[in-house]
Every structure is written in structure tokens, then in C-alpha cells.
Design a protein around this ligand. Structure first.
Ligand code: ADP
Length: 529
């Protein structure tokens, strides 16, 4: 504990007030700061907006030497460093965007002991000259930001992070603090193991964001549905709209502008200047909407984002949670709204099937998608489901769509059997696989050209499903997918059976389905705000 001889907790509080202008620490911050100042390792799990930065910035300022912050957010380093400099903190960064002269300047400052904080892109640490540089200076701590990037099980794995385990071997006496806003229990364990944080104290904050109202609706006309949401509940509010593809980002931004709503696009295909311009407009202007791919948002600290809308299904609950977490950092009521449909599932399965990487990687992605689907189709409180996913317990929140409008469940065993047996017949009798559209047409007894062409009107299940309408059948398919009783495969989104399907077909398993309460729920949710 020799370190505490010259650095105490009151120094920390004094630094918090003098440099950052805040009166007191929040939540676990004080305990974390105290622990790291004393030289201990820490693993910090805290939701977005929880105040992770101060957990390493304060100890870096209080302990002698330079705090080295490893961060994958290269695009934000300049902003972060500028903000710190404005507060009088001596900060610099090293990443691939710099020219030689800029790098030299930072390196000299580091060696001269004229830096408090040095931000590093992870790949810098595989450059031997950087390691030698660090060896020649005095390091107060290592902060590993976005630590979930080290976990292959997680949703945002970055190979460069794997080498961070070497920090401990090379500098065994320097305390390390790893931080993330998203980690399931599996990811949490993996971070700890991969970074060799054996002795670290774990600080796990509640992941609950009580001011965010979670809502997930069926997608039929997503742009129109979004417009309705904005006009009825978020007139003039700042928000983020996430779309999967660059193309839909552009189209959706245009659509909003045409409808008189200020919006700008943001995706990796835009040139750096346009991106920077749109980002800074979003940060500075009131009531601007950014329509973006997931390239947007990491590290963005805008307190009054009133809604985050997803027009496509996120790939994982971690991603969804991180993206929706950008709403309502100021603690005021905010909306996380997601529209999702069967096509999302088909598209994402296809992306997984054709993705690079080994079988294990594909299996992980499929598991992430299944958890996301289960969240979409749950009949329980969304918040409970999300928090359980992160290994935390919660009571029904009374504020999400399923709490406000508890979906009724109904016994969907017979429709499920009808649908699955159509899939079986196509496979067994015809050696064919078809997507949901064709299977639903068969069940509804529709003589479409495609039905006639393949003589699907001669199947025994043709026309046996007229008790449900088309959207209801789509909901059945989605829920069977979410429950693992059906799977999607191949380029055309063919429906195929799973091992569990047999139990349903054999009558040994009841299938409970959620009745779609969308319209009623939306109306009620509006009324309560
Ligand atoms: P995270 O990295 O966990 O998303 P940040 O470190 O960006 O969160 O902090 C979120 C916001 O909360 C920032 O605007 C930050 O200045 C503010 N903040 C953090 N800690 C405190 C505190 N103790 N008192 C007041 N504001 C704080």
C-alpha cells in the first residue's frame, strides 16, 4: 500500500472538484477510484452514461506517472483529448491517424513526464517501439476501455485486444482497470480470464436504466411507423435511428427530411468530413435526428437523446442494450423503440451463414441472434428479460410495452403443427424448402402463380390454416423461430425443422404464443406519457 502514502482519497475528491467541477462521486466511483489509487486491479461493469471515464481519469491524475488508456475508439480520441485539455489535463494520444511529427511530439511529452493521460489504440501495443517507449516512462495505471472487445463470446470482438494480456507480464506492478458497459456473465468471465485480472476487484453496477421505456413492435411499414412515433411522442426531440444498411440509412434520413423532420445520415460510407460534421451537429443542435448504422454512437455523450429507434433487428442483446443506452443519459423519460419483422430474421440468418469465420463464430452469432429474438417475443417484462440476460435480477418495471399491455398468450399448438407439417411435407414428399411467404400461402390456400407452378395446391396441408390471417401466421413463424422450434436457412430464407420441432409434431409439446397487442399497446403507451 506504499502508493497511498502520497495519494489519498481526499486527493481524489479534490481533483474531482478542481479539474472536473463535480461535487461528489456517483455510485461505485468512489470505491473504484480508491481501489485503483491504492494500486489494485479493477474490472468495472457500468452502463453507458454511468461515469466510467472518471474511474480511471482521477486515479491517473492522483497517482504519479502517466495513465495509459487503451481504447478502440480512434475516431473519438482527438475529441476526448481536447476535452481533457480544456479542463487543464495534460493529455495526448497515439494512433494510426497521426503523422510522424504529431507522434514525436506526444512521445517526447510522455518521456518528459509532461502527460497525465495517454490514449492508445490497441494495435499500437503490437508495435515494439511503442512498448519500448512505455518502458522508458513512468506509467501510473493501464485503463482498458471497452473491455468487452477482448471477449470472443461478446458481440464486438477485436483481435488486437487479445494481446492486452501481455500488459500484466511486462508491467506487473502497474494497476489495471478494465471497463465495459456491456457484459453477460459469460463475457464478464472471459474478460477477466483473457486480461489475467485474477486479483482484480469486480465492480458491477446495476445495468438498469429505469428512465428508458422499452418497446418492440411488429414491423410492417417501418418508415411510416417511425414517423408516427416521432409525430405523436417525440416532436422536436433529438434521437438516433438505427438501420442495418447504409442504403436504408440514406433513404430513411431523406424520408424524415421530406416529412419536415430534421435528420442527417451517418455511416462508414460517408467521407470523414461529412461524418464529423453530422456528429458535431447532433451534439450541438437541439432536436436533430441522426439516422445511422451502428458505426455511430460509441463514446457519444449527449445527455438529452430522447429516443433511440431501431428499424432493423440488432444482432445481439448486448448491441441493442448499448445502442438503446444512448437514450436518456440525463435521467429523463426516454424511449427505446424497435420495429422488427420476419424479414429481419431471414436476413440475419443469411448474414450469419455467409459470414467469414469458423463454425464456432457462426454458432456464437446464432446464439446472440436467438437471445435477441427471445427478447422480441417475450410475454414478460422487457426490462426483466434484458437484466436477466446480463445476470441481474429485477422486478417487472411497469413501464415497458409488455408491462403496460400484457400480451395475452394463446395455445398455438395446432397452428404450429399445421405449419411444421407443411415444412415436413415439402421436405419429405418433394425434397423442397421454401420461405415463410410460400408456406403461409399454402396454409391459407392461396392459388398464387408460385403455388400453382409447384403444385403446392395438391399438398394435404393446402388451405388448412384459414383460421389465422397472414400477419398472424407471420407472427407464428417469428415466435416459432424465437422458441427454436423452427429455423431459417440458406439464401432464400427457407424454413427448416429443428430437433425440437419433432416434439411439437408428435403432440408432446404445447406451444404458447403471444397475441399481437401492437396497436392497443402503442395507444396506451402514448396515453401514459
Ligand atoms: P460512460 O463512459 O460510463 O458512458 P461517462 O464517463 O462518459 O460515462 O460519463 C457520463 C456523463 O456523466 C459525463 O457527462 C460525465 O461528465 C458525467 N459524470 C460522470 N461522473 C460524474 C459525477 N461524479 N458527477 C457529475 N457528473 C458525472
Amino acid at each position: 500500500m506504499a502508493d497511498t502514502d502520497f495519494a489519498t482519497v481526499s486527493d481524489a475528491l479534490e481533483t474531482l472538484r478542481r479539474v472536473f467541477g463535480y461535487d461528489s462521486f456517483r455510485g461505485d466511483q468512489a470505491a473504484i477510484v480508491e481501489h485503483v489509487i491504492a494500486g489494485g486491479d479493477a474490472l468495472v461493469l457500468m452502463p453507458t452514461g454511468g461515469g466510467k471515464s472518471l474511474c480511471y481519469q482521477i486515479p491517473a491524475l492522483v497517482r504519479p506517472g502517466v495513465g495509459v488508456v487503451v481504447s478502440p475508439l480512434i475516431a473519438l480520441m482527438q475529441d476526448q483529448v481536447d476535452a481533457l485539455r480544456n479542463a487543464g489535463v495534460r493529455a495526448g494520444f497515439l494512433n494510426s491517424t497521426q503523422d510522424y511529427a504529431a507522434r514525436q511530439e506526444v512521445e517526447s511529452a510522455f518521456l518528459a513526464g509532461e502527460l497525465d493521460l495517454l490514449y492508445l489504440a490497441p494495435e499500437r501495443l503490437s508495435v515494439e517501439s511503442t512498448v519500448r517507449l512505455l518502458d522508458r516512462g513512468k506509467i501510473s495505471l493501464f485503463a482498458i476501455d471497452e473491455a468487452h472487445c477482448v471477449a470472443q463470446w461478446g458481440h464486438d470482438f477485436r483481435p488486437d485486444y487479445l494481446q492486452l494480456s501481455a500488459l500484466h507480464e511486462r508491467w506487473p506492478d502497474v494497476p489495471r482497470i478494465a471497463l465495459t458497459a456491456t457484459a453477460t456473465e459469460a463475457t464478464h468471465k472471459e474478460i477477466s480470464a483473457r486480461l489475467r485480472l485474477d486479483e482484480a476487484r469486480h465492480f458491477v453496477a446495476s445495468f438498469d436504466r429505469p428512465n428508458i421505456q422499452y418497446r418492440i413492435v411488429g414491423k410492417n411499414s417501418p418508415q411510416r411507423q417511425l414517423l408516427e412515433l416521432l409525430r405523436t411522442e417525440h416532436q422536436g426531440d433529438a434521437g438516433i435511428v438505427y438501420c442495418l444498411s447504409r442504403n436504408s440509412v440514406e433513404k430513411t434520413a431523406e424520408f424524415l427530411v421530406q416529412n419536415g423532420i430534421p435528420a442527417v445520415p451517418y455511416h462508414a460510407g460517408l467521407d470523414a468530413r461529412t461524418r464529423a460534421k453530422h456528429q458535431s451537429r447532433f451534439l450541438r443542435e437541439d432536436g436533430l435526428i441522426v439516422v445511422a448504422t451502428i458505426a455511430f454512437g460509441m463514446g457519444i455523450d449527449k445527455p438529452d437523446v430522447r429516443f433511440v429507434a431501431h428499424l432493423d433487428l440488432p444482432k445481439s442483446v448486448e448491441g441493442y442494450y448499448q445502442e438503446t443506452g444512448r437514450a436518456g443519459r440525463d435521467g429523463l423519460p426516454s424511449t427505446a423503440w424497435l420495429a422488427y419483422g420476419l424479414q429481419d430474421v431471414v436476413q440475419q440468418r443469411k448474414m450469419i451463414d455467409t459470414s467469414e469465420g469458423d463454425e464456432a463464430h457462426r454458432r456464437r452469432q446464432a446464439t446472440h441472434l436467438n437471445a435477441m429474438l427471445a427478447l422480441c417475443e417475450t410475454v414478460e417484462c422487457r426490462r426483466v428479460q434484458i437484466l436477466n440476460y446480463f445476470g441481474q435480477k429485477a422486478e417487472p418495471c411497469g413501464n415497458c410495452d409488455t408491462c403496460l399491455n400484457p400480451p395475452e398468450t394463446w395455445d398455438g399448438t395446432i397452428p404450429a403443427q399445421k405449419l411444421l407439417s407443411t415444412v415436413v411435407r415439402l421436405r419429405n414428399e418433394r425434397r423442397q424448402k421454401f420461405g415463410a411467404g410460400q408456406i403461409i400461402d399454402i396454409l391459407l390456400g392461396k392459388s398464387t402463380p408460385k403455388v400453382t407452378q409447384f403444385q403446392h395446391d395438391t399438398l394435404k396441408t393446402f388451405g388448412i390454416g384459414t383460421e389465422l390471417r397472414e400477419p398472424e401466421w407471420r407472427a407464428v413463424v417469428r415466435q416459432l423461430l424465437a422458441q427454436g422450434l423452427l429455423a431459417v436457412e440458406g439464401d432464400y430464407g427457407s424454413l427448416v425443422l429443428t430437433e425440437a420441432s419433432a416434439e411439437v409434431l408428435g403432440g408432446g409439446r404445447q406451444v404458447l404464443l403471444r397475441r399481437e397487442p401492437e396497436r392497443a399497446a402503442a395507444a396506451k403507451a402514448r396515453g401514459t406519457r
